[in-house]
Design a protein around this ligand. Sequence first.
Ligand SMILES: O=C(O)CCC(=O)C1=CC=C[C@@H](O)[C@@H]1C(=O)O
Ligand SMILES: [Mg+2]
Length: 368
Amino acid sequence: MKITEIIIRHLQMEMKFSFTTSFGTVKMKNFLLLEAKDESGTIGWGESVAFDSPWYTEETMKTNWHMLEDFLIPLILNKEIHHPDEVSEIFAPIRKNNMAKSTIEGAIWDIYAQQTRQSLAQALGGTKDKIEVGISIGIQNSIDELIEVVDNYLKEGYKRIKVKIKPGLDIEIIRSLRSAFPHIAIMADANSAYSLDDIDLLQQLDEFQLIMIEQPLASDDIIDHAKLQQQIITPICLDESINSLEDARKAVELGSTKVINIKIGRVGGLTEAKKIHDYCATVGIPVWCGGMLEAGIGRAHNIALTSLPNFILPGDTAGSSHYWEKDVIEPEVMAENGYIQVPQTVGIGYEVNRQIVEAYTVEKKIYR
Ligand SMILES: O=C(O)CCC(=O)C1=CC=C[C@@H](O)[C@@H]1C(=O)O
Ligand SMILES: [Mg+2]
């Protein structure tokens, strides 16, 4: 295929709830959608998962647009591509900027799947026809409120509950949650809010049988996480620290992580995500698919990826209606009883609702 046209759109979508982490709150989601067309007219979609400020990683919606416009799109337009795995090689001269790279790569995987008459899940080597999903809950105003929110999600069938913790809002929250729900799968995500000075506190979490603690220490660390893992029972799961297969290998070899959260955007695309998945399968490290409060396109890519066999633990890809009044795809992603069906139709398996996309678009630009 040869990509002959790319359209970037900045969308603004208000979430149904405020999502608060140790860094701040997201309510209005600003993000980029990328539409790529090849010479035969096949259209593929990609979604940038960069937020509008650099609190999760250094990338933002605007840095993504800059990287796409000035560096990545010029490398891709009119280049002959036989397989989406080539995209990461084409982008190799550009350092990092993984979310920007992933935005184009996702659209190319979508086109490739359509042209080879496969679902994106099949094209990636997926084996599951439905995936188990969990829910990620932001910091709530009070413990009572959190317990009520968790109770509602459990009633909806979600298979695992992830809560955010930060210093001062940790032990009590987890203790209360565990005593309210003695048998459910609970995990805590710290988004790097602790340091090795907090080992005592993190050890206290061991008694609550969390299925894992996500990214307790610095966002670029794998050394201290290895030291911490030696002193706590709760398995550590790395998120922010893993940006490539090489990062995953080093972290696993050091003993810094027992589980990996794979986010397609954070690792630079589906090809790298699949490589991390495959490597983890060979070394017995289970993986799960993280969420970035995506709209429908990003969500569809997550679902396809999660259909690979070593996505053993439930991910953060909840149904569309959890986040949005109206998502940009049809049908919307439905989570029923904690499961999402993996679409079997060609490409991402959902139709993009152009009317809705236009309604949320604040700005767009065409590149040829
Ligand atoms: O998409 C979802 O529902 C999960 C959201 C989620 O937990 C996260 C999204 C973005 C940054 C973080 O706060 C967090 C994570 O670190 O996994
Ligand atoms: Mg995380």
